[in-house]
Design a binder for this molecule. Sequence first.
Ligand SMILES: [Zn+2]
Length: 267
Amino acid sequence: MKLHFLSTGIMECDHTWLLLQAGNTIKDRHHKHEPAAWGECPTHAILIETDDGRILWDTGVPRDWESRWAPTGFQDFFPVQEDPAGPGFIDSALADLELTPDDIDILVLSHLHFDHAANAKMFDNGKTRILVQSDEIEGVKTIDGAFKGAHLVSDFDGLNMEAVHGDTEIAPGVSVIFTPGHTWGTMSLRVDLPNDGTKIFTSDAVYMGASWGPPAIGAGIVWDSVGWLESVEKLRRIQEQTGAEVIFGHDSTQRESMKIAPNGFYS
Ligand SMILES: [Zn+2]
């Protein structure tokens, strides 16, 4: 088994979105030079090559973020860095490994937010299975109009999504952990690697190391705060049982310590 950490675009934002601190107010890019917790908010995807096929976890941000996000206003709050020398997007990250979306057997979406599911339609090829937690599929059906919060309906409408229910093994050594709270059906990913040990990818169940604590510290965008806290404690129990390394959804400091594809992988 090989696990690749793919860089799929770096957003910037006021970290108050991710970690509420007393007295902080949320700022947009026009006010980013005023005292604020403005910083990087990187996104990633995980590619796992197994004997049974290739599994991809999440898809990062879209290339057309500025126009696609315009109806929501999020383009001002989460602008994506466009440094030609910087990290690319999911298509270029796969291309760096000489792969295309058609080479992916199973795409698992941690949840359907605009910075995770944005490129899911690239995988609508009649071949890639697209797995989403049942509660997330049901949740987005309640959205009236083009978007609600960070759920952008055009990212996933018409997509053939297969429901998974609760904690589920996707392949030997690869399973999803049901960690709702951030959204209706947010999932985390657990991978048991023969050499590098167990890794847990929390997606937005835990944004960054500072959210994890202990104590766990909540954030601006949480659908259900109590459910969120229960999910963090569930992950903490699994971490304590397995000694897993926990990789957070949007942690720029932790990212610096990761082997980023195509320059390395975990096995
Ligand atoms: Zn996110």
